[in-house]
Each structure stands twice: as C-alpha cells, then as structure tokens.
Design a protein around this ligand. Structure first.
Ligand code: FDA
Length: 511
C-alpha cells in the first residue's frame, strides 16, 4: 500500500526523535513519526482497566514477545503470560542482554529517570578515542547551552531534602554512608520524576508509582516520560502525527534524492497485518543504538543505501553496565535499608578518578526483600569497542562482544563489592555483607545486563559533526547510536543534548 509522501519522517519516538520532532514542529514543519511499539495512551483508552505492571506482578504488557518476564532481577519471575508487544524488550547476544523500551516514548517509558550530565573530560576523551576531536569551543557550547537545555527539556529535578530523608530513601542514605566508609565519593543524582507527586504518594493522597514498585515495565504516574515533555510539546503544535505499530524494515534512496521506507504495520503479536511504502524529503533516524544501526546496515546490504560509510556498525559499547549485589543473611545489628524503597534512584558513588578502578555506581533500590541487600548498577569506562554486522539470511543484527570487552568491568565490580563488604556496615559479632550469589550466581556480579546500549553510527565517524549521515543528503541520525559506546554516566541527557545541538544546526543550515 502506498502510504504517501511526507516532507519529514522521523523513525522512532525515543529521546533523539522526540527532540527532533519538537524542534521541527515548533518551526512549523509537518512531521510524521513512525514507532514500532504501542501508543500506550491509546491502549489505556481502549482498555480502561489496564495499568503498567509493577515489577512484582508483571503481565503480558510488561514484556516484548515473551511468555515470561525478562527483567534482570525477576521479582515477579513466577509470572507466565501470553506473548504481546509489551513495553520492555530484551535482545540477547552471546555475552550481553540489551534492554529497550518499546512504544511511543521509547526508553523513557521504562527507565529509572536518572538525569546525569557526563564529566566534561571523559566526554571529550571518549570521542578522542575514536579520533573525533571536540574543540574547547564545542565543549563549551555543549556544557553552557545544550546540556542545560536538555536538562530543562526532560524535566530534571534534584531530590528535595524531605524526600531524601523519608523512609523511602533510607536505602540511598545507608548506601551513601557505607560508600563513604569504604572510601568512595557520594554523588547526588538528579531525576526527572515529579517529586511533588512523590510527596503526595508518600502522604497517601494519590496512587503510588515510584513508591509502589513501578519502573522498568512503565510508570502509571509521576514519571516525566517523553509523552509528558518533548512529545507532548511536539504534538501540541498540531504539526506532528505519530503512527504506532509501524515498523520500518528497510530504507532506500530514490534517484531524485528522496527516501523510501518499507513499513510493516504490526499487530500485538508482532505480525505484519499490512505492508506500506512511505516516501520523504528528509529522514531522521531515532530508532536507538540497535534499531538505527540495524536499519542502516541492512539497507546497505540490500542496496538501498549502498554508499553508507564503513564506520556504520562500529564503536559500540554497553556503557560499562555491570550489575552487582551484596547481602547478609545474618542481619542482626546491621542497619536496615528499609522495607519500603522508591524505585527512582537519587544517589550514587563515584570512584571515577581512580586510574586503576574508575567507575560510577548507582545505588539502586530493591523494593522487595531489600532491607539487607545492596544493589548497584555500575557504569565503567570502556577499553575496547564492540562491532555490529548484519546477517541477511536470518534477518538479524549480529554483535561482536565477548569477555575481552567486559573483563575489567567484572574486576571493578568485584573490587567495589570487596571494599563495601570490608568497610561498609558491620553487624553484631562482626558479621559482614558478602557478594550476593543468590541474586547473581557469578560472585554477585553480572556484566551481561545492558540498559545503556550506545554507538554504531558515531558522530564525526559515520556522520559529520552534526549527525548528517556520510554519503547522503537529508538523512540525519539523532539517537544513542551517535555516542561511542561509553559516557561514564546514564546516557539520556547526553542523547538529548546531542540531538538538541544537531537539530539547531540542521534547521539553520539545511532548511
Ligand atoms: P530509544 O531506545 O529511547 O528509542 C528508540 C525508539 O525507536 C523506540 O521507541 C523503539 O521502539 C523505536 N524503534 C526501534 N526500531 C524501530 C523500527 N525499525 N521502526 C520503528 N520504530 C523503531 N538512561 C538514563 O539516562 N537514566 C536512567 O535512569 C536510565 N534507566 C534505564 C532503565 C532501563 C530499564 C532501561 C532499559 C534503560 C535505561 N536508561 C536510562 C537508558 C535510556 O532509556 C536510553 O539510553 C534512551 O532511551 C536511548 O534513547 P534513544 O533516543 O537512543 O532511543
């Protein structure tokens, strides 16, 4: 079916796409957004009883096309349900499992809301590592204009004192104290969750979300996902149309320089119910690190985008993501972290300046059975990049990523746990915490969990310095694929800031 011609098409509705949509639509441009996942607002209207699932009771909408939950810590692991195009997808490679948010809003639907600007030196260093030099003037621009703009755009807030001191964040306060005792630097982590709403949750005046085990399968209230910020503002212009359940499967450049997109409209079992062809003058890619890289590599092999640069597929990383946990069964005398824990993290511990073991550890909540369990998402630096290729026979993205990429991440996590066990929290009779092998059998550490996939179409390598894909005109990359594998902190503010910077330049020069 001929879906029609559009001046601008944006693929995806995550951070990069949402920024492009808002900026273009505010300038008066008509925009079509194509999203493979569901429009969850529409889904709620059609199913008034539907609520995003708590971590403890996942139902079919929690998970993309699987009969059981795929969460790294399966608090609800007994659950079984029908397959469905749910909100959290896990893509398994041999040595890493990548988690992705699905639906209008992309990763913002499932993420923990941590809103963190990367260290300026490391931001420069990681691009330098791939041979892209960001000048001081460019960095100044990032840190004075685009990071603040991104923070404002997503709704960053610092956790207010009364919230920090509430019982819901005892896990964070205890975690910080243990970290200080162990010689790590405490870090306040802003979040985009609406803390005024959380205050009312705590007072029992409104339904709980962060205080009721909601995150990773979506939040029903309180969290400023993109449908409450960038996408809301974009839609309010009247210039944006979003087509959910539209999967882009291939891209072709036409002779006249326009682009043709092959689309499958899918049902809630990920089956094509209709195939469509759309054309556009300008194409913006925001399908995320895996989604955008896959589409470009596939289209290159199929011949539709044959001039694509050899750098597409390169410089991928897991942002050093490594989960770690410690616990004690002999808890007498140990300080409880509290039975009630908010799902939105607000504190971390840094060891980033240690040349031997540089990392940042997010103090993560364990909203069930977490009173004597510490959980951390550690963000390491990257030593070696992964690389994608595309397998046309099986129609899938392949990833070269193995233990040689992650060995130092495991070592850092074990170093962190050792120090925390040794110095943080001692119970009666000297009992200590130890690595939590019940939760993570390999010594309390799991380096296979990736929440932060980054890279594949890196800024300055596969694109120019503003995301224009090399070899093509009017084809722009906006998402996490632009970042070479690692940031040292949680990534969406940086993705947002880069998109803000790219779209400024593109609007002023290419329209
Ligand atoms: P993003 O993945 O957001 O969006 C891509 C969109 O494109 C998706 O909606 C997808 O469905 C769609 N798409 C893909 N392929 C398509 C196709 N072929 N056709 C049509 N549409 C397609 N970060 C952070 O900074 N702080 C945090 O606290 C967390 N916490 C966190 C928790 C969990 C559980 C996860 C999974 C992730 C996080 N993150 C995070 C990571 C953060 O959410 C992530 O980095 C960003 O969402 C990435 O933004 P992008 O714009 O790159 O793509």
């Amino acid at each position: 079916k001929n879906g029609g011609h559009y001046p601008i098409i944006i693929v995806g509705t995550g951070y990069g796409s949402a920024v492009a949509a808002e900026r273009l639509a505010t300038q008066g441009h008509k925009v079509l957004m194509l999203e493979v996942g569901l429009d969850w607002k529409g889904y709620k209207q059609q199913n008034p009883d539907f609520k995003f699932h708590k971590m403890t009771f996942p139902g079919k909408e929690s998970t993309w096309m699987n009969k059981k939950p795929q969460a790294p810590i399966e608090l609800g692991n007994m659950a079984r349900f029908d397959e469905f195009t749910g909100v959290l997808q896990r893509i398994d490679y041999e040595h890493v499992k990548v988690y992705l948010g699905k639906g209008v809003g992309g990763g913002s639907l499932v993420n923990g809301g941590m809103t963190v600007v990367p260290d300026r030196n490391y931001f420069q260093e990681i691009y330098h590592k791939v041979g892209v030099e960001l000048s001081d003037a460019e960095l100044d621009e990032f840190y004075t204009i685009y990071f603040p703009r991104a923070n404002d755009g997503v709704g960053k807030q610092d956790a207010p004192e009364d919230i920090v001191n509430s019982k819901w964040y005892k896990f964070a306060r205890v975690g910080v104290q243990e970290g200080i005792d162990a010689g790590f630097e405490p870090v306040d982590v802003p979040n985009l969750y609406d803390f005024d709403y959380m205050r009312k949750e705590i007072a029992g005046e409104v339904p709980g979300s962060a205080t009721d085990k909601e995150v990773i399968y979506g939040n029903n209230y309180g969290k400023r996902d993109l449908t409450k910020t960038y996408l809301k503002r974009a839609l309010a212009t009247g210039n944006v149309t979003i087509m959910p359940q539209h999967k882009v499967v291939e891209i072709k450049e036409n002779f006249d320089g326009t682009y043709q997109l092959e689309i499958e409209q899918i049902d809630t079992l990920d089956r094509a119910v209709e195939t469509k062809t759309f054309t556009c003058d300008k194409l913006f890619m925001g399908a995320g690190s895996l989604g955008t890289t896959a589409l470009l590599l596939k289209s290159k092999l199929k011949g539709g985008l044959s001039k694509i640069d050899a750098n597409v597929g390169k410089y991928w990383g897991n942002n050093g993501n490594t989960m770690a946990s410690r616990n004690t069964l002999n808890f007498i005398g140990h300080t409880s972290r509290g039975l009630k824990q908010s799902t939105m993290p607000i504190r971390g511990l840094s060891n980033f300046d240690d040349p031997e073991h540089p990392f940042f550890a997010e103090i993560a909540p364990m909203p069930v059975m977490g009173a004597y369990t510490g959980l951390y998402l550690i963000v390491n630096k990257l030593k070696k990049f992964g690389e994608f290729s595309y397998d046309l026979t099986n129609d899938e993205l392949k990833l070269d990523w193995n233990e040689s990429h992650t060995a130092h991440m495991r070592k850092n996590a074990e170093f962190f746990l050792d120090r925390m066990n040794e110095h943080g929290s001692k119970g009666w009779f000297g009992s200590k915490f130890s690595n939590n092998k019940m939760l993570m059998p390999k010594n309390g550490v799991d380096e296979s969990i990736c929440y932060h996939p980054l890279g594949g179409v890196v800024l300055g390598k596969a694109t120019d310095l503003y995301g224009r894909l090399k070899g093509y005109k009017n084809l722009y990359i906006m998402d996490g694929s632009l970042i070479p594998g690692s940031l040292g902190v949680n990534p969406y503010v940086t993705i947002t800031a880069i998109a803000e910077r790219n779209i400024d330049k593109i609007i002023s020069q290419d329209f």
